[in-house]
Design a protein around this ligand. Structure first.
Ligand SMILES: Cc1cc2nc3c(=O)[nH]c(=O)nc-3n(C[C@H](O)[C@H](O)[C@H](O)COP(=O)(O)OP(=O)(O)OC[C@H]3O[C@@H](n4cnc5c(N)ncnc54)[C@H](O)[C@@H]3O)c2cc1C
Ligand code: FES
Length: 280
């Protein structure tokens, strides 16, 4: 069995340009019989490495199948710096290193028979895809599903047809918000926290999974609590620079926690007092 610290080699099978700086990679492992990377859970992440450049943590988006049934790992990435730009320059046939899966994902067993509200901002929608797909695959295990996504501008929305398809599913509410919107934007114009006020939640039976910029997650959690959601029922996914991803180097330290080892998904009361503080 491959040691978790050793990268597995994977081929880029497909590359989809989602927006000017966001792209999705579909990866086929050179050794598909290695089960460890394919047991990844919603909310966990992999370290994707470009040989000679470096590695970055990227959330698991989806596990799909190629035409011949070979499993493909899917990650959606925004090109912001050295490594993500190198990932962006990859073409089908190129190879990268993949280490993982790392961290704790969303506590899905705890949400059984409850309503689940998935709130995302910006590219937080990418890791949310895996959890939403899990909810639909195991539909009878959960109550009502609310999917909320906020973007800065309506032009930033990706996967519009995916949201429209989710909205057609039974007992599912999909709401999208844009801070500023083009005139033909059919959804809510304003902040995601304003949109949360309009949701028809049953607070006592709702579990919330939130992924996006930290100020947006904090404001969303505070708003949900004023609407009666128990703070123990709210889970946030945090991001920090990482290196080892196994709790050894200290790069991702967040107070007493290492985000790679103890997160990236945390229960809100556990991190509430540290959110927004610099240097913790
Ligand atoms: C658990 C986890 C999951 C993630 N999932 C995704 C994902 O699915 N898709 C995606 O596009 N990105 C994701 N990220 C963020 C991604 O890891 C960073 O964008 C990446 O490390 C930047 O590396 P770089 O070498 O390209 O940029 P750098 O040259 O290192 O930095 C460029 C800019 O990005 C900032 N930055 C660097 N790392 C991070 C980070 N971890 N979080 C926030 N800002 C950072 C730097 O401060 C700088 O301003 C995730 C991060 C974590 C910790
Ligand atoms: S990245 Fe090394 S401790 Fe988390």
């Amino acid at each position: 069995m491959r040691h978790q610290q050793l990268p597995a080699s994977a081929e880029v099978v497909r590359r989809v340009q989602e927006t000017a700086d966001i792209f999705t990679l579909q990866l086929r492992l050179d050794d598909p019989s290695d089960p460890s990377l394919l047991t990844i859970q919603p909310g966990q992440f992999n370290m994707l490495g470009v040989f000679g450049v470096g590695e970055v943590p990227i959330s698991f988006k989806a596990l799909t199948n190629d035409h011949d049934g070979t499993p493909l790992l899917e990650h959606t990435i925004r090109a912001v710096g050295r490594v993500t730009r190198a990932l962006s320059a990859l073409k089908p046939g190129d190879r990268i290193g993949v280490r993982g899966p790392f961290g704790h994902g969303w506590p899905l067993a705890e949400a059984q028979a409850k309503d689940v509200c998935v709130i995302t901002g910006g590219l937080g929608c990418a890791p949310a895809v895996s959890v939403v797909e899990h909810l639909f695959v195991n539909r009878s295990a959960f109550g009502r599903i609310h999917i909320i996504q906020g973007v800065r501008h309506s032009d930033d929305l990706i996967w519009r047809t995916q949201y429209e398809a989710w909205a057609r599913k039974p007992d599912t509410e999909v709401q999208l918000a844009a801070d500023s919107a083009a005139p033909d934007w059919p959804w809510f114009s304003g902040r995601v926290t304003e949109l949360i006020k309009r949701l028809s939640l049953q607070p006592e039976r709702t579990r919330v999974y939130c992924c996006g910029p930290e100020p947006m997650m904090r404001a969303s959690a505070e708003q949900l609590i004023t609407q009666g959601v128990n703070e123990d029922a709210i889970w946030l996914s945090l991001e920090r620079n990482m290196q080892c991803a196994t709790g050894h180097c200290g790069h991702c330290q967040f107070g007493a926690d290492f985000i790679c080892r103890d997160g990236p998904v945390f229960n809100y009361p556990h991190i509430r007092d540290r959110l927004g503080l610099k240097g913790v």
